[in-house]
Design a protein around this ligand. Structure first.
Ligand SMILES: [Mg+2]
Length: 273
């Protein structure tokens, strides 16, 4: 035990890490960014990936079959933030894929004709009322986000976000909740499960790990386990990055629980040696 959260004990951790180190060319290391590699910041634009983490990902990409970041951010923003060109990025929860060497992200073809739906929905809301509540819109192309971290009355902002989520659902869009953020997504297909499947399809492996801290990451956990249950992966290890504000399912569903981004970066270090 350390800090406010529990983490997996040393023996169990060693066994799991050994399974990932056994055959690096046939192993994938996948990671969420915000809250997992980068400590949470008051505003998304203030979040930064520690340089040590970027260097580790670059070094791991030389030995492991696949190293990729999965993010709710746009794929190109994710690459800019991590600063490593030799790894893959799935952005916007899998709606965008940016593979090593690609100059721009490819949009999921199933989205055709619906790219603007979420943007039009948010644009029709009362902007002055959102501003008054401290609800900040983030334009992520096909996905739109409303953030209220740090607003003067977070409870009032969240309560309005709940109404907006219901309106989005009635408008045929999909509301998704994160840590003090509501995302409005086009219906069908967008999720970190899709992102993980797209990355693994591009680069087949026999073992994979995925690390995440939030509700949206549970979809990635479940997809990894599903692939293992179907025999497409021999090893699937879900790493939960614990935080006091994270959802309870993260520690419940993780095979390996670490304390905050520094705990996950320590795991990456041990995979690199
Ligand atoms: Mg996260």
């Amino acid at each position: 035990m350390s800090g406010e959260t529990a983490s997996t004990d040393g023996d169990a951790r060693a066994v799991l890490l050994e399974a990932l180190r056994a055959d690096p060319p046939r192993t994938a290391i996948l990671t969420d960014i915000d809250g997992t590699l980068a400590p949470m910041a008051e505003r998304p634009e203030q979040a930064a990936v520690p340089e040590a983490a970027s260097l580790l990902l670059a070094s791991l990409s030389e030995r492991y079959g696949l190293v990729g970041c999965v993010s709710g951010r746009r794929a190109e923003d994710a690459r800019r933030m991590v600063g490593v060109d030799s790894i893959a990025y799935a952005g916007n929860h899998g709606l965008e894929l940016l593979l090593p060497g690609d100059s721009e992200a490819k949009l999921d073809p199933s989205l055709e004709g619906r790219e603007q739906d979420a943007r039009e929905f948010i644009a029709a809301l009362d902007a002055a009322q959102l501003a008054g509540l401290g609800l900040r819109a983030e334009d992520k192309g096909p996905i739109q986000a409303l953030h209220w971290r740090g607003s003067a009355d977070e409870r009032a902002a969240e309560s309005r976000a709940r109404e907006i989520a219901a309106e989005a659902g009635r408008a045929g869009l999909e509301p998704h909740w994160g840590r003090k953020v509501l995302e409005v997504r086009p219906s069908g297909g967008a999720g970190k499960d899709t992102a993980v499947a797209a990355l693994l399809a591009a680069d087949p492996v026999s073992a994979a790990t995925y690390a995440g801290d939030d509700r949206t990451d549970l979809d990635a956990f479940r997809r990894l386990r599903h692939l293992r249950d179907r025999g497409e992966l021999e090893t699937a290890i879900c790493v939960g990055v614990a935080s006091p504000e994270g959802p309870p399912e993260i520690p419940e569903e993780a095979d390996l629980l670490v304390d905050g981004p520094e705990g996950w970066i320590a795991i990456l270090e041990s995979l690199a040696v």
